[in-house]
Ligand binder design. Structure first.
Ligand code: SF4
Ligand code: SF4
Length: 295
């Protein structure tokens, strides 16, 4: 059992961390103390825990989250489009923690571009009317067309278990004149998509999932996003019959996302003819395949 000094107790309570991390900070301090063979958490351990969150989350994101936690941010961190009210509609858009700012500016911008266009298209496609027609017993959350949007392909909140999932995806490249050859990006990429050659990172594009984690993580900002886009997955399902969504496109632009959405809704219109107790895309995909909703 690890004890705490009074000063460490006070210091951990005052760490400028966002609420989603604050709840873990005590455990991180105890983990660090335990790893060093210490029986007590001191203020030095608390300070070390604080810096470890910079390493783990990425400095820029942490700088913004810390400023937000302190109430010091001049401009709103997250675009207001992230919180548009969809009540009164039979679609539900869930978002990953990027919704609250836990993402780089590139990812926030990618999501900001997507959301208004996505909502507008869903309304043009009259998805609410369609879901009402398909409701057998009573309109309730079971009737929603469920969409999950994530800032990147790391997918903290899983789009793979939703009717329609959209994941931010990013083609990255090194900026050689900024790179110091430290190799930290290579250590960071858990997919081992980066190897160091002649002191520069080389990206294995067959392995890279386009998460842009390395872009956030590089201490020199020497990895840049060349192109922003989206991965689209359709027909996932949780609950009683878990099913992982099929990938319709590994990388497309906003126009591509909206086209796939249109084709998906057309598939529902054409093939889901009987009202059901619980709507789910996965049955339609199981019966009719994904060829007709591909680009
Ligand atoms: S982390 Fe950044 S500076 Fe270090 S090798 Fe990778 S790209 Fe270069
Ligand atoms: S984008 Fe993600 S998967 Fe690709 S190299 Fe960077 S960290 Fe690895």
């Amino acid at each position: 059992m690890i004890s705490w000094t009074k000063e460490a107790e006070e210091a951990v309570a005052l760490l400028p961390l966002p609420p989603m991390l604050q709840q873990y900070a005590r455990l991180e301090c105890e983990r660090l103390a335990g790893n060093k063979g210490l029986e007590e958490v001191s203020v030095d351990i608390v300070a070390e825990a604080d810096t470890r969150y910079d390493l783990a989350i990425g400095r820029d994101v942490m700088r913004k989250l810390r400023a937000m936690a302190r109430g010091e941010l001049d401009e709103p961190l997250v675009p207001e489009e992230f919180f548009d009210d969809d009540s009164g509609e039979l679609f539900k858009i869930d978002m990953c923690p990027s919704q609250y700012g836990a993402a780089s500016n590139v990812k926030l911008e990618n999501m900001r571009r997507l959301l208004p266009a996505l909502r507008q298209r869903l309304k043009e496609l009259h998805i609410t009317d369609l879901m009402m027609q398909l409701t057998r017993d009573a309109v309730m959350p079971h009737s929603d067309f469920r969409i999950v949007v994530t800032g990147c392909t790391n997918a903290c909140l899983s789009p793979y278990f939703s009717d329609f999932g959209i994941l931010g995806a990013y083609d990255v490249a090194v900026v050689p004149e900024k790179c110091t050859g430290c190799g930290r990006c290579s250590d960071y990429c858990s997919l081992k998509a980066i190897t160091m050659e002649n002191n520069l990172p080389q990206f294995d594009k067959a392995v890279c999932i386009k998460c842009a984690g390395c872009e956030e993580f590089c201490p020199e900002s020497a990895i840049a996003v060349k192109e922003m886009g989206y991965k689209v997955v359709v027909g996932g399902h949780g609950a009683r019959h878990p099913k992982i969504a099929d990938t319709i496109s590994e990388f497309t632009d906003l126009v591509g996302v909206l086209k796939i959405l249109g084709k998906t809704v057309q598939l529902i219109r054409d093939k889901a003819t009987e009202p059901v107790r619980v709507f789910s895309m996965y049955r339609l995909i199981a019966e009719h395949g994904i060829d007709r909703i591909k680009l």
